[in-house]
Design a protein around this ligand. Sequence first.
Ligand SMILES: Cc1cc2nc3c(=O)[nH]c(=O)nc-3n(C[C@H](O)[C@H](O)[C@H](O)COP(=O)(O)OP(=O)(O)OC[C@H]3O[C@@H](n4cnc5c(N)ncnc54)[C@H](O)[C@@H]3O)c2cc1C
Length: 437
Amino acid sequence: MLEKTVLYFKLAAYILNIIREELGRATRTAWVHRRARWLGPPAPPSRDRNIVIIGASFAGNRVAQLLTTCLPPNSPYKVVVIEPNSHFQFSWVLPRLCVVEEHENKAFIPYGGNVHDNPAGVLRWVKDRVVDVTEAGVQLQESGETIQYDILVIATGSGVEKGLPSRVNATDKREGMELMRNVQRAIKTANTVLVVGGGAAGVEVATDAQNLYPSKRVILVHSRDAVMNRFGEGLQKAALEGLQSLGVEVILQDRLIQDASRSGSILLKSGREIQCDLVVDCTGQQPSSGILSKLSPASISTSGHLQVKPTLQLADGKFPNVYACGDVADTKTPNPNARSAMRQASIVADNVLLTATGRKPQYKYENSWSDGVIKLTLGLTKSVTHYGDGKSELLFPGKETDEALMAAMCWSRMGQKPFDDPYMGAESDGSIIKAIA
Ligand SMILES: Cc1cc2nc3c(=O)[nH]c(=O)nc-3n(C[C@H](O)[C@H](O)[C@H](O)COP(=O)(O)OP(=O)(O)OC[C@H]3O[C@@H](n4cnc5c(N)ncnc54)[C@H](O)[C@@H]3O)c2cc1C
């Protein structure tokens, strides 16, 4: 009981701290803008030094947002963002929108709502992929251009080979939406769906599929002895109950070794053969660190993450001007997520600002238990939010009414009107929660 009370206090302190940090930033940004008005913006050609950011998801977009708003108006630096995707891909809703139809548009948020070229010349946005990093520059895949950097931020995150439901693996929004519809159709037409992986994505896909199609057989296979094994026992139990109450069959401590689902069956390591016509793989996230394999192979850990100092500079002392943050960085975060990625992004931005004004990086990243908060959906209308500090857990069961979950909030946070995308024209916004409730 006492531990839970302490956890409530810690949670309140965490929320207050976020508010304090945001207010501090807003004040600082207002001051930079006021100074820009007093002094007048510099001529764009004067910004001839580059802060290059590779990747513009939670981490990279946040670094870009903070730097473009906080760089002093007379700074010689500009921010160059390199990102291959046409839109910000909102990972949180991918499992849901691979099951539920008619909301695909919502997972792809237009860029440009909260990172602006203001004052003029502070931002260059490049839609391309970095294929190599050298001591002085980054090389682009499509244009072949090499962009020099004075300061480099690597925010390339993580990926999966097989794509959806975990990652889109397409750079264009329309193509990504079509891939999503393919998964929806496959689930809709399958008789037996085998979901592999009992982390958040696997649990969410399995519960959504079973909830939406109650007459289907949905099986979840997980190699560990509990689903959501990286979290506390309370969440593990709640997730298992959520799965089983909908009718999902859960197989633990086993793994898929042969996928012949196209011919109607799969084989598990235990020797068990299951008749099934669709496998949905929710495993295999890997850090996207390959672009540094020539420049600093020693920085890549055995897990594929980039090793960093507490300042989030690369651990390799030869490159003090190279930073890494988000899923690609080895920060020992127990459950890397968007919150930890964005907190790391703030540390990187603060240190880059120090460097860009001739000072030494001094801000250090520390893991916080509170970053590990997770909201797990358990079918279309139920969720559980979990806070845990390793000693105690708080669980808050919730009722969900929005099929697209937090997509609208993310559009707003990205500075966009939900779900208005000129790239798409008018799109339908179906709703089936109301129909099944
Ligand atoms: C299915 C799923 C659900 C999730 N749900 C939640 C949730 O509910 N809450 C939560 O907090 N977290 C959630 N997460 C975790 C969260 O999405 C990640 O922690 C977060 O996306 C990490 O952000 P990032 O910016 O480090 O990397 P990523 O989001 O992986 O983005 C990396 C970016 O870098 C770009 N990039 C990669 N390589 C290159 C290159 N060579 N050149 C240029 N650009 C490149 C990519 O295109 C991408 O835009 C979820 C993750 C998944 C997969």
